[in-house]
Design a protein around this ligand. Structure first.
Ligand SMILES: Nc1nc2c(c(=O)[nH]1)N[C@H]1C(S)=C(S)[C@@H](COP(=O)(O)O)O[C@H]1N2
Ligand SMILES: [Mo]
Length: 492
């Protein structure tokens, strides 16, 4: 029993060493080649839609942390078993280690954009773990069955794991700030909408640090702006390659635009408004000259993610941008530094590619991008949506005058009115914030004379075409949720 316990420790120590060494080597080959990240990424891509929805619903924006913890736990159990087996049958132990290495290798080299060097972290890590295992089990057991476990060897493995992993992790983090760049002023500045300034109400412009984040990247890609290239290719008259500076040298515009995720549930907060600084896509695409039939622009990120946007949406005069700035700063790394797309009126998964490196003129019949392959709709204009931010669900406001307020959006169409009703009564007109375009959300507020007791507040919006937001509740899959948001409160 004691021998098994020390064997288990040896297994965990060697696995930790493999990961630590791999982490250190991945400083040279890129963080996405670290086996933990590569395996995690492969799991993300292979996860069926229902499980992914479950993860997002259950863990929210911590879904990636949950995945890493899950992967780590499986690994831990595997290492324990491997160690116990290795003490009795060393060869089986090595075979297990090799299997574990093969898994990491397979994931690392098949990640989009991975070169042969992607194999290096796992290879070096597994070899190091092999040596550590051999050293720890170098003497035969006195009873002739299996091997002795050298505790000093195991301690050494743990020590080396801590040193290599710690160094790898710290150095990787030190390199993780946004590189210093200075952005030019826009030739056409944003017209700025005023904020209603109501406490508890979502601010009109969302600060970068509070902006929601949705993507499949387990580690945020870090692109050196000096080496950055954007390719425009496929069915175009004139293929182009642009540097970051080429983009900054073009006339830039700045616009307030509300970005929205298709996974946003009724009442959800996967939306935000920023002042985006960028190159109008319209003009750039005209220069490249899309050929007849090129009705889809496939945008690709440095980590191989793809979105497909109707070419018409990028050229019909709306403010479709190659964004380089967000609220007066260079794009934060997690929001797509150095360049991303922003297209008013379309959900993020069909338009808002972060860490953008390629625009390929294609057609809807020729190519299905990342989420379309997984069953989401090919075309995904943003649906009309309204939300009550205050009072919060299940809160206990004082009876008397209570401010009810929230936001509503219907990008491209614009919000014309927002109405609220209490306990299924008559709809009440709310006061709307001023907006300068149809591409942002609109704040709204209403003064409610609340009587004591439990009440249900409901909200609905009407867009400028006169269409009332549908009441029917639908979940986000496959093209966005619908339904009226309601909040239950008890006035005291
Ligand atoms: N490279 C890349 N870009 C991406 C995604 C992604 O997974 N990878 N997700 C898209 C989705 S689904 C949304 S809603 C927006 C979110 O942008 P944000 O994280 O800046 O809010 O990014 C889009 N761009
Ligand atoms: Mo999204």
């Amino acid at each position: 029993m004691r021998k098994q316990l020390t064997g288990a420790w040896a297994g965990v120590g060697c696995a930790a060493l493999a990961l630590g060494v791999a982490e250190l080597v991945s400083l040279l080959t890129g963080s996405r080649t670290s086996p933990l990240v590569a395996v995690g990424g492969a799991v993300v891509d292979a996860t069926p839609e229902w499980a992914k929805e479950f993860a997002i619903r259950t863990f929210g924006e911590n879904d990636k942390l949950a995945l890493l913890i899950g992967t780590g736990t499986i690994l831990f159990v595997f290492a324990v078993v491997l160690g116990i087996v290795a003490v009795r049958w060393p060869r089986l132990g090595y075979a297990g280690l090799a299997l574990f290495g093969l898994l990491g290798l397979a994931a690392a080299v098949t990640r989009p954009g991975a070169g042969p060097v992607a194999a290096l972290p796992t290879l070096v890590g597994v070899v190091a773990a092999g040596f550590a295992l051999r050293y720890s089990l170098r003497t035969p057991a006195a009873d002739g069955v299996g091997r002795n476990v050298d505790r000093r060897g195991v301690l050494l493995a743990f020590g080396a794991a801590a040193v290599t992993g710690g160094a790898g992790f710290t150095l990787a983090r030190r390199n993780s700030g946004v590189p210093k760049v200075t952005l030019p002023k826009p030739v056409s500045p944003a017209a700025v909408a005023p904020d209603l300034g109501i406490p508890e109400l979502t601010t009109f412009v969302t600060p970068n640090k509070d902006f929601y984040r949705v993507d499949t990247a387990l580690v945020v890609p870090r692109i050196d702006p000096d080496g950055y290239r954007l390719k425009i290719k496929g069915r175009v008259g004139k293929p182009m390659t642009l540097t970051y500076q080429d983009l900054l040298d073009r006339p830039l515009v700045e616009r307030e635009i509300t970005l929205t995720c298709v996974s946003n549930e009724v009442g959800g907060e996967l939306a935000g408004t920023a002042r985006w600084l960028g190159v109008p896509l319209n003009e750039l695409l005209k220069e490249a000259g899309p050929q007849a039939g090129a009705d889809q622009v496939v945008s690709r990120s440095s980590d191989g993610w793809t979105a497909g946007t109707p070419t018409s949406a990028l050229m019909d005069g709306r403010d479709a941008l190659l964004a380089v700035g967000m609220n007066g700063e260079p794009l934060p790394l997690e929001h797509g530094f150095p360049v991303r797309m922003i297209v008013p009126g379309l959900y993020g998964y069909v338009s808002a590619t972060k860490w953008l490196v390629e625009l390929e003129l294609s057609s809807f019949t020729d190519f299905d991008p990342y989420w379309v392959k997984r069953g989401w709709a090919e075309q995904a204009p943003i649906k009309t949506f309204s939300r009550i931010d205050t009072p919060r669900p299940l809160s206990r406001p004082k009876s008397g005058m209570v401010t009810v307020a929230g936001v509503a959006w219907a990008q491209r169409r614009g919000i014309d009115r927002v109405e609220v009703r209490v306990d299924g009564g008559a709809w009440q007109e709310t006061t709307l914030g001023t907006v300068v375009s149809t591409d942002t959300w609109r704040q709204w507020a209403w003064r409610w004379d609340a009587t004591p007791g439990r009440h249900t507040l409901e909200v609905r919006a009407t867009d400028r075409t006169g269409a009332v937001q549908p009441e029917e509740r639908r979940t986000p899959f496959p093209d966005g949720a619908t339904g009226w948001h309601s909040v239950v409160v008890t006035a005291g």
